[in-house]
Design a protein around this ligand. Structure first.
Ligand code: UDP
Length: 415
């Protein structure tokens, strides 16, 4: 008996391997583990070893299976082959009733495929994001589409993502708008920092060093930007950092394709703090402290609007158009002159800055994981007398989607 539940247990295996997957899935692990009727197992592939472990430590999450598949410089096909074989074996050992994957990584794609080969249903968290271009983001756009072709449950973070799935003729009964679990992770982490400021205290020194400057938070790691794009980004950061009123905080992704270029172009500039990747509490604190964000990251595009921080996205397309539509994000590509001009405009034009710097949460309300757990309980735990109201009606114009319970007096759960 777990969580007071005495019926037969449903085993759910969550599979993940990278930092963003861990950040966005740990709230789901917690919500499922607190749900009567579920036995929760986790398998990590460690596609990003060090960055993944930072998040596991924070969330106090000890994986049941650790495939430890990271090899420096391995090709996408070798990685994918090893993921598929390793995850297939993990599923054979765990014999889950459901496999949960997240987003667009090789781990998510291989996990979904391995489950499909065994006819185990798949739930896809952060489903339905589409750029419409299979080369941007590469190869993530295709990873996501493969998972969508397989999944039995599609948890779309936004109405836009749900609409993209419906346009691909995915069965509407399997598509649910839940919000993005990254906002759950963010809120949970903010509460942890509030209770224990020492969790993010490492940023105090940087904050003191740049106290009278405006802080630009930079991250970049996208494969499409390796090479010429990365060099242009580095030169743009160098030019921006020449301004005496600006300092740059730049947690450098461990991929050598990033660090080598940044080292060569930026050297030891006084106004640029190139640091190792920040653990999540420090990164959350940095988002709170900065004036604006320059990034090609997916997750950071979703988090910065929650802090009311303008985000300049160093990509040509985005599968997260909600920030752009809300006016808090802007696509600036990787042209050196364009990046410098857009940053300069925000730094020098208060009206332009104020127009973008509005706290806004197009990506979620911090309750996504609770909704996902309630939906899965409704789908798998047969005696579940629950009706889930997916989205707070006050938060959207259209009437809320309602999942009606089977054969029992419904109880309305407002999430
Ligand atoms: N992040 C972090 N430390 C850093 C940089 C980013 O914890 O130094 C977090 C960030 O808050 C976001 C996630 O990592 O939640 C984004 O990961 P990444 O940019 O690697 O991947 P993407 O979101 O583009 O898939």
């Amino acid at each position: 008996m777990v969580n007071g539940y005495s019926g037969s247990m449903i085993t759910i295996l969550l599979v993940f391997g990278t930092r963003p997957e861990a950040i966005k899935l740990f709230p789901v692990v917690r919500a499922l583990a607190a749900t009567p009727g579920f036995r929760v197992r986790t398998c990590v592939t460690a596609q990003h070893r060090g960055l993944l472990d930072q998040v596991l430590d924070l969330a106090d999450l000890v994986p049941d299976i650790d495939l430890d598949l990271m090899e420096p410089g391995q090709s996408l096909d070798r990685l994918t082959a090893r993921l598929l074989a390793g995850l297939g074996e993990a599923i054979d050992v765990e014999r889950p009733d459901l496999v949960v994957v997240h987003g667009d990584t090789a781990t998510a794609m291989a996990g979904a495929l391995a489950a499909y080969y065994r006819r185990v249903p798949v739930a896809h968290v952060e489903a339905g994001l589409r750029s419409g271009d299979i080369l941007h983001p590469w190869p993530e756009e295709v990873n996501r589409r493969i998972v969508a072709a397989i999944a039995a449950h599609h948890f779309a973070p936004t109405e836009t993502a749900a609409a993209a799935l419906l346009a691909e003729t995915i069965d509407p009964a399997t598509v649910h708008v839940t919000g993005n679990t990254v906002i759950d992770a963010l809120r949970w982490t903010e509460a942890r920092i509030a209770a224990d400021p020492s969790l993010a205290a490492g940023l105090d020194e940087i904050a003191a060093r740049f106290a009278r400057k405006r802080l630009l938070l930079v991250t970049t790691h996208r494969r499409e930007n390796f090479g010429g794009g990365m060099e242009a980004i580095a030169r743009a950061i160098g030019r921006i950092a020449d301004r005496p009123d600006v300092a740059v905080l730049f947690p450098v992704h461990p991929n050598p394709a990033v660090g080598t270029v940044m080292e060569a172009v930026l050297g030891d500039r006084a106004n640029v703090a190139r640091v190792a990747p920040l653990d999540y509490p420090h990164f959350v604190r940095a988002l709170g402290l900065c004036t604006l964000v320059l990034t090609d990251s997916g997750g950071v595009q979703e988090e910065a609007p929650a802090f009311g921080k303008p985000v300049l996205v160093m990509r040509e397309t985005t599968e997260r158009p909600e920030g752009v539509a809300a006016g808090t994000a802007r696509l600036v590509g990787t042209d050196e002159g364009r990046i410098v001009a857009e940053v300069t405009r925000l730094l020098d034009d208060d009206t332009a800055y104020a127009a973008m710097a509005r706290a806004h949460n197009p990506f979620g309300d911090g309750q996504a994981a609770t909704r996902i757990a309630a939906l899965l309980r409704h789908a798998y735990v047969r005696d579940d007398p629950v009706v889930v109201e997916l989205i707070d009606p006050a938060a959207r114009a259209a009437p809320p989607s309602i999942v009606v319970a089977r054969d029992c007096a419904p109880q309305l759960v407002r999430l």
